[in-house]
Design a protein around this ligand. Structure first.
Ligand SMILES: C[S@@+](CC[C@H](N)C(=O)[O-])C[C@H]1O[C@@H](n2cnc3c(N)ncnc32)[C@H](O)[C@@H]1O
Length: 334
């Protein structure tokens, strides 16, 4: 993926947000930064191969966004202010793949979005507006309450409802893409991750692990809460031991426990995509786990990791400035 491709994705995310102007005045600012583009590009880029390969192998694809937000993120810096669509809207736009040859759409059978804050309602308005645009562009109707379920509440409390819905309503093989993007790992109970793998089985998980908030999250959790959120291999460690663990060691143990929780063969892309600050401290890491065995998945993932990983937040900021016409043009930058 070249810087031009990265710029095309960012442009699309910004243009789509502009199309939805007027739906709502509420935007997510907390925690959005230029490096947020990495996780969103990863998601956008992976959805199509996920759909195509799942469908080709007789799976029906479903998307779950555990921490959906309000639909549009906003970054305000001295030089640049931008708004861009977030994971739920990306999953709808990229989650309908028109196959020209067959004049058919490979798409998710159902989208589940969970948001615990009241601004889930802003997401609902934006999805209604996006659906109208999609109907005009692709002649396909995506309806809230039918194709899309927005659940207001904590993912840890909603997970059973989602799993039961899927298992009760779909009798064919299901392949589920789950996007987990909390502010801190302590917002998702370990048991919730186990349930995904126990009850849904064919799960691909994109887990955006906030390394930058790990130590703060560990400090602010009560002992009882810690027990709920720590994975098995870290559960018996003392607070002292946990606080001395480097973030990367914690994350590797966490990821290994996810692989074990799957209790079937899944592939973990350990190198993932990380973002570091100026003094080379990790801010976050995209952990990706797939149940799909096709070589194409391995190739696509390795390529996107290799291409996105080295991009710094500063470069993403410059690319964004080029996209919105605030900086020299992209050709000079590359
Ligand atoms: C980093 S933002 C997500 C941004 C979103 N993925 C996007 O791309 O626009 C985290 C969101 O997850 C929500 N959240 C965090 N933990 C949650 C949980 N356990 N259940 C439901 N929502 C949660 C927060 O309220 C916040 O809106």
């Amino acid at each position: 993926m070249s810087k031009k491709d990265v710029s095309d994705y960012i442009k699309e995310f910004i243009d789509r947000a502009k199309e939805l102007e007027g739906c709502s005045e509420f935007f997510n600012e907390y925690g959005s930064d230029f490096w947020s583009f990495k996780k969103l590009i990863f998601l956008a880029h992976y959805i199509r191969p996920f759909l195509d390969i799942s469908i080709k192998n007789n799976y029906q694809p479903i998307y779950i966004d555990a921490c959906a937000g309000c639909g549009i993120n906003s970054i305000k810096k001295e030089n640049v202010a931008v708004k861009f669509i977030g994971s739920p809207l990306i999953s709808i736009i990229y989650g309908i793949h028109h196959i020209k040859k067959r004049n058919e759409n490979n798409k998710f059978l159902k989208w589940f979005f969970v948001e615990k804050e009241d601004y889930y309602i802003e997401l609902e308005k934006r999805i209604d507006a996006l659906s109208k645009n999609i109907e005009m562009e692709n002649n396909i109707k995506i309806e809230n309450g039918k194709d899309v379920e927005i659940l207001h509440g904590n993912f840890n409390d909603k997970i059973d409802e989602i799993i039961n819905y899927i298992n009760d309503n779909y009798k064919n093989k299901i392949s589920v893409l789950v996007f987990v993007d909390p502010y801190s790992f302590s917002e998702i109970d370990w048991n919730t991750i186990e349930k995904l793998y126990d009850k849904l089985k064919a799960v691909d998980l994109i887990y955006c692990f906030s390394s930058g908030t790990l130590k703060r999250a560990l400090d602010s959790c009560s002992d009882e809460k810690l027990k709920k959120v720590l994975p098995p291999s870290l559960k018996d460690k003392s607070r002292g031991e946990l606080s001395l663990m480097p973030e990367e060691a914690f994350e590797e143990a966490f990821a290994e426990d996810i692989v074990n929780a799957a209790r079937r063969s899944i592939t973990y892309f350990g190198k993932g995509i990380t973002t570091r600050n100026r003094v080379n401290t990790e801010l976050y890491r995209i952990m990706f786990f797939t149940h799909l065995k096709q070589i194409a998945v391995k190739n696509i993932t390795e390529r996107i990791c290799d291409d996105l990983n080295p991009l710094t937040a500063k470069e993403l900021e410059t690319i964004t400035e080029c996209v919105i016409g605030k900086a020299k043009n992209l050709k000079q930058f590359i």
